[in-house]
Write a new protein. Structure first.
Length: 321
């Protein structure tokens, strides 16, 4: 069968199953099945593909029709310009989480050799992107899933970066480390959110998605752990839903009991709330909250690039609250 015909048939089948990007999925999977690029498919629509290749492609399309995410079918997902190995033990990295990497890289400018901890590292996408872009940083990563850590180690190895991985609950494995920057994309979906079979959520590990009735149980735990640390980490960057931000700010106020300042900024179209924390003159820090408006399909480059310098200016330059 010709490339253009088999593609059209597959795309129509996927469209009938209400897939949001049927033509793209059909093309990406055919490129994967033939071990060619999408550009190659576009340039050779008339090429006949073998029966074995057709069989392989139809099997992939059948799995996609049943809902399996393309990233799990191919075994990798692009994040921050890098190809991360993924499997069903890890959350598929989302483009909106790239804003956390942007924010961390910007924040790291104020340290000569920053020590960074990525909590709930999953595939190691945030830690891996940071280690790749900040070669002078010491990068640590934790996760409670041993299977996820195996994937993350593989990714770090593939990129040739050094990350210290620890199995354990949030910051606990890093008790005696002085941390400058924390990134934490923890589970934040309220348990009431249903995952329709067409959504990738139905295929991803629930331990990577849900966090109690309001979705904030993990962040509550994290704030408690942060409150017990001395010195406080300078900068904490988290992702959550837009409608969780206010409650999160209240939690910070209650659990950290510091002077703080909240201001809003936007990074690549993602709204951030920033809380500046100050225990005393010697301990100052910032929590940056990346809001996820649950628009998983949003492309990063659809938004103007807005610098976030203001989000991480040092405490001394901020106005008192
Ligand atoms: C939302 S996923 C994020 C994965 C990845 N950082 C990303 O941005 O795509 C959350 C991750 O946190 C891990 N996790 C859940 N509870 C944890 C805990 N108490 N301590 C450390 N990691 C935890 C899960 O196993 C999962 O890998």
């Amino acid at each position: 069968m010709r490339i253009d015909r088999i593609l059209r048939t597959a795309a129509l089948q996927l469209a009938r199953r209400q897939m949001t990007t049927p033509f793209l999925d059909a093309e990406v999977l055919l490129a994967y099945a033939l071990n060619k690029s999408r550009e190659y498919l576009a340039a050779h629509p008339e090429q006949i593909i073998s029966t074995a290749q057709q069989r392989r492609y139809r099997r992939l399309v059948a799995l996609r029709k049943a809902g399996t995410p393309v990233a799990y079918l191919r075994g990798y997902k692009e994040f921050y310009g890098l190809q991360f190995v993924v499997n069903r033990s890890v959350l598929i990295p989302r483009p909106e989480s790239e804003a956390m990497v942007d924010a961390a890289i910007e924040a790291a400018r104020q340290f000569r050799r920053p020590t960074i901890a990525d909590l709930g590292t999953g595939s190691g996408n945030i830690a891996g992107a940071l280690a790749k872009h900040l070669p002078r940083a010491d990068v640590y990563a934790t996760d409670t899933s041993r299977k996820a850590l195996r994937v993350a180690r593989k990714n770090a190895h593939n990129f040739g970066v050094r990350i210290h991985f620890y199995h354990g609950n949030l910051l606990l494995p890093l008790k005696n480390k002085k941390l400058d920057i924390i990134t934490a994309n923890l589970p934040y979906l309220p348990s009431s959110i249903k995952s329709p079979t067409a959504s990738s959520l139905a295929y991803e590990p629930s331990g990577a998605l849900y966090s109690g009735t309001d979705g904030l149980s993990h962040y509550r735990r994290l704030l408690k752990q942060i409150a017990q640390r001395r010195p406080l980490p300078q900068i904490v960057i988290c992702e959550m839903l837009e409608n969780q931000q206010r409650q999160f700010c209240n939690l910070v106020e209650r659990q950290l009991r510091n002077n703080y300042q909240t201001f809003f900024t936007v990074v690549n179209g993602v709204a951030f709330v920033t809380l500046g924390l100050q225990k005393n003159r010697h301990q100052a820090g910032t929590i940056i909250v990346a809001a996820n408006p649950l628009s998983h399909s949003r492309a990063k480059n659809q938004h103007p690039k807005i610098p976030i310098v203001a989000a991480v200016r040092p405490m001394a330059q901020r106005r008192p609250r």
